[in-house]
Design a protein around this ligand. Structure first.
Ligand code: DGJ
Length: 569
């Protein structure tokens, strides 16, 4: 009896321990972790590659509206959905909050096994202030708006107003307190986007009374100190702007950064960063999820800041954002322009983690972002219009979801590479270890898809006073299918090759054994993390070695190959 009781006690204790271990509250809060040179998002204690999509702006403003979308996203192999939370619909009356739409969305997202990123549409969305509550919008004397050269008001809350900032911070803190209360157990919400594509539109800087006074005053000491302390690692754009006015260590904005749009934009970047830092800080005190801001990029037709949102987190403003907003973890690009890789690379400078919260639903770019640029998030905008179960993006996400553990393990250790091959262009070579993979479209596949090239890249626009380092490409109609692949090396002769639309020839770099060939090739898929072979490939399904050179094929349907090579002479 005593024995049985003791046993029962032991069982109870064990049960309690298990229960505690599994208490949802024990799930660690999503956070960022630096692993080597890469910063990864950690969800439930493990790195998380966000195969994401952003819903249309107001999709989640009611539970009913967004409900049908969740199962579609799950079937399309997304693991993360980005949804807007409007200030106006969460605080319809000052101090009275309504989070019912959010609660319903989180419950339904969870049921479809999706994690969620909340987009806080607070003071600004696409530069303007369309999402603040009515009681803010109608009281522009208490909540002042920005003014242009002619003193005309813009529908943009002024960054210089403490009333604006504190009202936003209170609402955002309430949101984060609520998320902590309802979501600490499940951690469905993994990140926050602070505001949306901020910056001043219609003028180079705000010219309301407070803004004019601040602009005439000295550059804040915190900013000067930051620039001096980080002088050796400042971005070339910042260095150029500062140097062009003589590299002064104090003075007014025009004395330090020169008279013109460059100083105006630096001023705006600093004030947006300070404002949003304060709002972010208020939220992190409640619930410290990682926070990013997203940028409306400079467009080819733009002449000066204000044509695009002046002072937003565009790549050339990053130092001002870093200095002014240490609470913000990531500066992210919304990439709709065609020079995807070039823009992404600008956003990966100085240790900025690469998250792409808005882009086109281009499967090739998704592969390239994760496999070559060490991106942690890829998120096409208006996802509910882009994915059906069988859409090209859904099929690519299926493969990326299977490969995620491998991708996350190999980012930035030199054992993973990715390529995109445009129709009608030559091949691209990738070397890993002693082997060279030579990727081409169409070789051995019949005629390549028809492609009428669009206009080529335009020269960088001359944005007066704003140093531009990247040429800006023009927008083109959707691309025809491109070839794309990720190659991951797991041993001297062992590789995973995944992608679509490519023929791959192989070569060895060893002088003693210059011929490369296929030791074994498997086509298959990962099921619950385990590799399941669909077919063993040789003969007609691969090329031969020797003069013909060994070759592999990635078909129009994205797929995964497990490949072992050998070399000989
Ligand atoms: C960029 C914005 O950030 C999104 O919210 C959305 O408005 C898209 N533009 C529309 O193309």
């Amino acid at each position: 009896m005593e024995h049985r009781i003791r046993l029962n006690c032991a069982m109870l204790l064990a049960f309690a321990a298990t229960a505690i271990a599994q208490t949802p509250a024990s799930r660690p809060i999503p956070h960022l972790e630096k692993r080597g040179a890469v910063t990864q998002l950690i969800v439930d204690g493990k790195p998380w590659l966000s195969l994401a999509g952003e819903l249309l702006n107001n999709a989640a403003s009611t539970v009913e509206n967004v409900r049908p979308v969740w199962p579609t996203l799950e079937k399309a192999h997304l693991n993360t959905a980005l949804i807007g939370v409007g200030w106006g619909w969460t605080e319809p009356e000052e101090g009275k909050y309504d989070f019912s739409a959010l609660d319903g969305a989180l419950r339904d997202a969870r049921n479809s096994n999706l994690r969620v990123v909340l987009l806080w549409f607070g003071s600004w969305k696409n530069g303007t202030s369309s999402y603040p509550p009515v009681w803010v919008k109608r009281n522009w004397e208490k909540y002042p708006i920005a003014r242009d050269k002619d003193g005309k008001g813009r529908e943009i809350l002024s960054t210089l107003s403490a009333a604006n900032r504190e009202a936003d911070a209170r609402a955002y803190a309430a949101l984060m307190r609520h998320v902590r209360e309802v979501d600490s157990a499940t951690r469905t919400v993994v990140m926050i986007q602070m505001e949306n594509e901020v910056g001043l539109l219609g003028d180079t800087r705000d010219r309301c009374k407070q803004a004019n006074e601040a602009f005439a005053g000295p550059v804040p000491k915190e900013l000067m100190d930051y620039l001096e302390k980080n002088k050796s690692t400042l971005l070339p754009e910042t260095q150029k702007l500062w140097d062009s006015a003589g590299g002064k260590t104090s003075g007014s904005w025009e004395e330090v950064f020169g008279k013109g749009p460059g100083a105006d934009e630096a001023f705006m970047a600093w004030h947006y960063a300070r404002y949003m830092n304060r709002v972010t800080e208020a939220g992190k005190k409640e619930y410290p999820l990682p926070v990013y801001v997203n940028a409306w990029l400079v467009q080819p037709e733009d002449k000066q800041p204000g044509d695009y949102p002046s002072g937003g987190p565009q790549a050339h403003n990053h130092d001002f954002w870093r200095a002014g907003a240490p609470q913000i973890d990531i500066l992210a690009p919304d990439i709709y322009l065609m020079n995807f890789a070039e823009i992404a690379t600008l956003y990966a400078r100085n240790g900025n983690p690469l998250f792409i919260p808005e882009t086109r639903g281009d499967a090739a770019n998704a592969f390239y972002a994760f496999g070559q640029l060490n991106a942690q998030m890829f998120s096409p905008f208006g996802i509910e219009r882009q994915v059906g179960e069988d859409s090209p993006l859904a099929r690519a996400y299926d493969v990326l979801a299977q490969l995620s553990p491998l991708i996350l393990a190999h980012q930035d250790d030199g054992t993973m590479k990715a390529v995109i091959v445009e129709p009608g262009t030559g091949s691209q070579k990738v070397r890993l270890g002693n082997y060279v993979f030579d990727f081409a479209m169409g070789r051995g596949w019949g005629a390549p898809p028809q492609f009428a090239p669009g206009p080529t890249a335009l020269p960088a626009p001359s944005v007066a006073g704003v140093p531009q380092i990247a040429p800006v490409a023009v927008r083109r109609p959707p691309l025809p299918d491109r070839g794309y692949a990720i190659v991951i090396q797991t041993g001297p002769e062992d590789f995973w090759v995944a992608g679509a639309n490519l023929n791959i020839k192989l070569a060895s770099t060893l002088a003693a054994a210059p011929m490369a060939s296929l030791a074994a090739v498997e086509e298959g898929k990962f099921e619950n993390g385990a590799w399941v072979v669909g077919r063993h490939l040789a003969g007609d399904d691969t090329g031969m070695g020797g003069d013909d050179r060994a070759s592999l094929r990635l078909r129009a349907e994205p797929g995964i190959l497990r490949v072992s090579l050998y070399s000989y002479r």
